[in-house]
Design a binder for this molecule. Structure first.
Ligand code: COA
Length: 165
């Protein structure tokens, strides 16, 4: 019987050649993730981390700075566009990506790291706790205004979560 080898995941900063892979990985899960145009991905490529397996992008995460939440010297940072290829989930890739993003974001000295998510159980394991949606009001209006799925951010089942750093 053959020995089952653990896949060799490489987590690293993204580069421009990853943009198409990232685009496809975000677009593949429209129920959980807001699609992002490839121009937006390329423009913000220095705010993306990818997980690579055999030369292919199989996971990604990014972040945005929210100076409107917190103080100008300590804005909040939002973790977003977290996506792991379905067939490779529950292998620790999501954790590797979020831990790498937090390590990078910590250097910025933000007031807090936030996320809006349909998978609060996963983010709770990463050290996030649920916060009232109203505390992220600005983010809700900026981010949710373009979403056609729900009448209001407050009827959307996404959960607001935060981590103090
Ligand atoms: C959420 C997601 C990134 C998790 O990726 P993953 O690689 O499967 O996660 P990991 O294997 O690193 O899991 C880390 C821990 O979280 C747990 N976990 C994973 N997915 C979970 C979920 N949906 N709900 C609750 N816990 C979850 C794992 O069991 C593991 O727990 P452990 O450390 O006690 O063993 C992945 O399911 C995904 O891409 N989903 C679609 C996109 C999405 O929802 N993104 C988040 C939007 S902000």
């Amino acid at each position: 019987m053959g020995v089952k080898r653990k896949p060799k995941f490489i987590v690293r900063n993204a580069g421009f050649t990853d943009a198409e892979g990232i685009y496809s990985l975000i677009k593949a899960y429209p129920k959980e993730l807001l699609p992002r145009p490839i121009s937006d991905i390329a423009e913000n490529i220095d705010r993306f981390i990818v997980c690579e397996l055999k030369g292919a992008v199989v996971g990604t995460v990014s972040w945005s700075i929210l100076p409107e939440i917190g103080h100008v010297r300590h804005p909040a940072v939002e973790v977003k566009s977290l996506s792991v290829k379905k067939s490779l989930r529950k292998h620790g890739v999501g954790r590797l990506l979020v831990e790498a993003a937090i390590e990078r974001i910590r250097i910025l000295n933000p007031s807090q790291i936030i996320c809006l998510t349909f998978t609060p159980g996963f983010f709770a394991k990463m050290g996030f706790h649920e916060v009232p949606k109203v505390s992220l009001m600005h983010k809700l209006y900026m981010g949710c205004i373009n979403c056609a799925k729900y009448d209001s951010p407050f009827t959307c089942p996404e959960v607001a979560m935060a981590m103090d750093v």
